[in-house]
Write a protein that binds this ligand. Sequence first.
Ligand code: TXA
Ligand code: MG
Length: 431
Amino acid sequence: MSAKGRVKCPKKQLPCLHGQMIIRVLDERSDPGPLPLGFGALPGNSGESKELEEAAAVLARADDDSGLCPTLEDIADMETRIIQIKPDCREWKLQEEAALREAGEVIRQGGLVAFPTETVYGLGGDALNPQASCKIYAAKGRPSDNPLIIHICQFEDIYRIVKQVPETAVKIAEAFWPGPLTVILPKAELVPYETTGGLDTVAVRFPSHPVAKKLIEYGGGYVAAPSANASGRPSPTLAKHVAEDMSGRIDMIVDGGEVGIGLESTIVDLTAEVPRILRPGYITQGMLNKVFGKVDIDVTIIKPDSGQPPKAPGMKYRHYAPTGRLVIVEGEAGQVTAYINEQTAKDRNAGEKTGVIGTAEVLEQYHADVVKCVGSRENEEDIARNLFTVLREFDEEKVTSIYSESFSSEGLGQAIMNRLLKAAGHSVIRL
Ligand code: TXA
Ligand code: MG
């Protein structure tokens, strides 16, 4: 990290994990790759040695002052309470309201509460409290250059956290909020750099899940919430998944049952003239085109091997990967099942525990040790909702070699394939 000429301490000094600082990596031409916990990377121009010295001094000072920000050690071994709330608010009684009020209070006091949204479970903390954001990074083991999404519970609240709200934001909100869509806009002063990973832009989302909306309201109106998984693991679609990754690290889990969509929100960058999709999701390019006439899509989504860094920092990290090796097989249905059966037989002979991610239509044709149905090809929404659960189940069953069918890259399929390709580390066999 101290490679000559590569680092500079930003003017905005960011207290961060392990009492270190988020520092800027200036050399735009070299991709710094995943950085250790507590460091951030942002593009810029070439660094000068004076700035390098400054950065070293800041880091040294920060090391002396380890009380600056909570570390995993500070938050580990805490008691994590789990409360159940029915997802349908019409069934709530005073008891549910009181429980959500209490959960909101935990957030107001700087604590962390995991909660359901319509996409995946989020790990919530007060977005305007730098310490709470630091705790989120620590609990997830997430690199601190990977910014958090601020969740709001009414559109007007956007005006306090965004410098200038363009017409495009109003238009997109009218069409898709509350819902599974996040926008990127220039941040207002009020938003701490700890929450934005050092960026001058901020991600904002107004979710539709009743539990999420109420919790955000009771939590003070601005809740930073990444997906509530440990960094690198599939996003949680059930409270059980959150407990697997976060028990002992956070104050509370609000169990609101299974989420509806199962893949994270679509992210749209509204800082340029033409809106640009940075992460595909349930709100598809086609749906956005209808509102704007035309939207762009980050080149790294269509061409993952373009060699360019993605615009959403989180998209550059390996994600969702099961512990076993995952390979996607693309081709005509009969050929795919035959190839997968051949490979799983070979792998089993070599001592592997084999698995298949298949669709209902051909499931019975597979002979692997563990065959998981991700849904029917007739219903892409089912496939989206089941994908992360299935990926986690292979870990539970200690499968070492997994093959998956491939899906169309149109519509919702674009988001499904984006996550599946990441989980497979882009390992694809084309027949
Ligand atoms: O559906 C969702 O969006 C879920 C639920 C909990 O709301 N949240 C979620 O958060 O997926 P997370 O932290 O797992 O993913 C946020 C993504 C990351 O890839 C991050 O890099 C990107 O959003 N992001 C956040 N702020 C950004 C910014 N200012 N500019 C570009 N990308 C940003
Ligand atoms: Mg995530």
